[in-house]
Design a protein around this ligand. Structure first.
Ligand code: SF4
Length: 242
């Protein structure tokens, strides 16, 4: 894209491009969509963003089989369960992924705004902005597109997800948008993927330890995240900008 464009014009062109891709390829299944995105549409210019949560191994496995050198961005907030960090390292080694990028919040910003590490309790939106959105925006600089693991069944905020959508100057690819829990379980079984170690302990959706609780049987897919408050998303999908 020409560098002389205004931000608004650049974002408008990206949105137009996402709509074109959606119209042309929106019916593709997960593996075909990933192959298209990684090898044809954005070769060398796309990253997978993974939380290494309970369902993450599906996309990581597919991406590893297409191109294990695909950059994988993990937001190391400093508040993850040790189990998640060890699961991340074990999965990366097992799948042969060669470009894991664990990105941390800026130390200066942390010292200024969250020196005592309790911002999550006072202002969780600001904490997510500091520990997740800002590092992700920096990690994605230079990429044209990123892959997310979001699925429509997970939350009302995710219903109607397209395969391609724009986010400022970048395109987001959602290959698992239509996947159901049974398909995920089937993929784990067929490919012998290890579960997140906390799943057997009652955790269904796993984020930072300070904002994640066990979910009760029958609760929603993201139950247990930010328990007791209305927050349901960390905000990285509400527009990172460029
Ligand atoms: S999930 Fe909680 S601890 Fe993690 S970045 Fe967001 S508010 Fe902070």
């Amino acid at each position: 894209m020409p560098p002389c464009l205004s931000e608004a014009e650049r974002d408008r062109l990206t949105a137009e491009r996402a709509r074109t891709f959606e119209a042309r390829y929106g019916q593709l299944g997960a593996e075909a969509a990933l192959r298209l995105a990684i090898q044809t549409l954005f070769p060398g210019r796309i990253a997978l963003v993974s939380s290494f949560g309970t369902e993450s191994a599906v996309l990581l496995d597919m991406v590893a089989r297409i191109d294990p050198a695909t950059p994988v961005v993990f937001l190391d907030t400093g508040k993850h369960f040790g189990e998640t960090l060890r699961y991340r390292d074990a999965l990366v080694a097992r799948l042969g992924l060669t470009d894991l990028r664990s990105v941390k919040p800026a130390p200066g910003a942390l010292a200024r705004e969250d020196a005592e590490g309790l911002l999550f309790a006072r202002d969780p939106d600001r904490c997510c902005a500091l520990r997740k959105a800002a590092p992700l925006k920096e990690a994605l600089a230079g990429f044209e597109a990123w892959i997310t693991g979001r699925k429509a069944f997970q939350a009302a905020t995710r219903a109607g997800l397209p395969l391609f959508e724009s986010d400022g100057p970048r395109i987001k690819v959602n290959p698992l948008r239509h996947w159901r829990p049974a398909w995920i379980a089937d993929h784990f079984a067929r490919h012998g993927l290890p579960p997140h170690p906390l799943e057997a302990d009652g955790f269904r959706s796993i984020g930072c330890f300070s904002c994640t609780a066990r979910s009760v049987p029958g609760a929603g897919a993201r139950a247990g995240r930010w328990p007791g408050i209305a927050k349901t998303e960390c905000g990285i999908h509400f527009g990172l900008g460029g």
